[in-house]
Design a protein around this ligand. Structure first.
Ligand code: NAD
Length: 453
């Protein structure tokens, strides 16, 4: 693993063998019966114990996350706080859920009872973007539901996730309930195709998501996928320009643009375009790019050299396509994996930068003349994860929100994620929802019991 601010190795680890994947799947399968029969309050106690331990080790977790991913320390604090909130949310939700409900008694006197059972042994595969956060979105509801787990963190950001493993041991989680396996694609493929796995929950790129679907087909495994995005931020003519610039910058340059819900396509009313671009350029150029541990840093490096090369590839495509650059346009000449915040204007919708997820600090923009055109442009994507609308007219924004294809819509806000609000997209942004009650349902199956009155 690397410190992306300086491009130096900070730790090495052995990756799992196929035999270890098999041993972990067997351990999770053996632990399933006893874990699934624990009471909901016992499982809630474990989830709260994880949250308590994370709170006690807050600074260490924040430091490891910032070191391993390069993100600014304030963003790492938000991440760890969000993960803690997620464990607490599912602790509360599971105790509020009835274990057995009487649904109906019909005219013939047949009683119908319903219960929710854990889906079984779950493979949780997470990316590097938000270590511990994406993990909590899967692990907390899976444990709450009574499932046992194999967790494969990203090989790029293992350090904070391995510390989570120490926390799970320290709180006395029964052996076999959670098995954390370091590994890359080969280990991920061995886990997701293992015959003892009942469900796969995957977050990552669309290319790997397609492979995971194929791997899940063998043995008919249940599957949830959280994939890519190319989300729109729409600024109407009545928007406050200063606030709009802050939302645009936050939506694309937070975490150096490495967010699936980054609002990476700016749709701007033509009446305010010139004025907004002038302010946006000034504000973007004043962003402090640097080491995540420097308190003045507002944007850290990209997570890896590979990710920096990915951004460079799209800057090259922009040059080939003759895109008009407002600011940025280069990766920085330093040992770390930095790129400058970059904005292209009047980008044609058939541009690759308009259509493809860059997963870096690169914003493309175009203008519109009315709400109908803005909605059409927002929906002109194979992805449909999130969107932001900036306007002084709340009624108009809600009407637009109802017509935009996206799972999460922010009005005059950006990138707020609440544990109680389900997360996930339409179209190629994925299958299923995480967080909220839907996130718990993803690890449960209903059972119906019929008996005479
Ligand atoms: P990735 O797809 O390369 O890897 C994701 C995970 O899958 C990693 O743990 C990786 O080791 C593992 N993996 C790789 N090949 C595998 C295989 N054949 N079988 C099983 N597992 C395999 O993604 P990444 O580069 O880590 O993350 C960036 C991508 O993730 C972006 O496209 C982004 O949009 C997406 N993302 C989506 C969301 C969301 O909520 N929708 C959240 C975060 C990231």
């Amino acid at each position: 693993m690397y410190d992306p601010s300086v491009g130096e190795v900070i730790a090495t680890t052995q990756l799992c063998s196929k035999a270890q994947v098999n041993a972990a799947a067997t351990a999770a399968s053996n632990a399933l019966l006893s874990w699934s029969q624990t009471t909901v309050s016992e499982r809630a106690d474990y989830l709260n114990a994880i949250a308590d331990a994370m709170e006690q080790q807050f600074n260490k977790l924040v430091g490891l996350s910032a070191l391993n991913s390069g993100k600014p320390i304030e963003e790492a604090k938000i991440d760890v706080g969000d993960a803690i909130a997620c464990y607490r949310y599912y602790a509360n939700l599971i105790v509020s859920q009835s274990t057995l409900t009487e649904v109906t008694t019909n005219e013939a006197g047949i009683r119908l009872l319903k219960t929710l059972a854990p889906i079984g042994v779950c493979a949780l595969i997470v990316p590097w973007k938000f270590p511990m956060v994406t993990t909590s979105w899967k692990l907390a509801p899976a444990l709450a539901a009574g499932c046992t787990v194999i967790l494969k963190p990203s090989e790029v950001t293992l350090l904070p996730e391995l510390m989570l493993g120490n926390i799970l041991s320290a709180i006395g989680l029964p052996k076999g309930v959670v098995n954390i396996l370091p590994g890359a694609a080969e280990v991920g493929a061995a886990i997701t195709s293992h015959p003892l796995i009942d469900k796969i929950s995957f977050t990552g790129s669309n290319g790997v998501g397609e492979k995971v679907m194929i791997q899940a087909a063998k043995g008919i495994k249940d599957i949830s996928l959280e994939l890519g995005g190319k989300s729109a931020i729409i600024v109407r003519a009545d928007a406050d320009i200063d606030h709009a610039c802050d939302l645009i910058i936050g939506g694309i340059f937070t975490n150096a643009g490495q967010i699936c819900s980054a609002t990476s396509r700016l749709l701007l009313h033509s009446d305010i375009a010139q004025n907004l671009f002038t302010q946006l350029k000034i504000k973007t150029n004043s962003l402090q790019v640097g080491d995540g541990f420097d308190p003045d840093t507002q944007m850290g490096p990209l997570v890896s050299q590979q990710q920096q090369m990915q951004v460079q590839k799209y800057l090259d495509i922009a040059a080939e396509e003759n895109l008009d650059c407002l600011t940025g346009n280069n990766v920085l000449d330093s040992q770390g994996y930095f790129a400058s915040p970059t904005i292209y204007i009047e980008v044609p919708t058939d541009s690759r930068l308009w259509q493809e997820e860059v997963f870096g600090p690169v914003l493309v923009s175009t203008t519109f003349v009315d709400d109908t055109e803005a909605i059409r442009l927002a929906n002109d994507s194979k992805f449909a994860l999130a969107a932001t609308i900036v306007s002084a007219d709340e009624q108009a924004t809600i009407e637009m929100a109802l017509q935009i294809q996206a799972g999460h819509l922010w009005i005059n806000e950006q990138q707020i994620v609440l544990p109680e609000a389900g997360w996930g997209g339409f179209k190629q942004s994925g299958i299923g929802r995480e967080l909220g009650p839907d996130g718990l349902s993803a690890y449960q199956k209903s059972k119906h019991i019929l008996l005479p009155n």
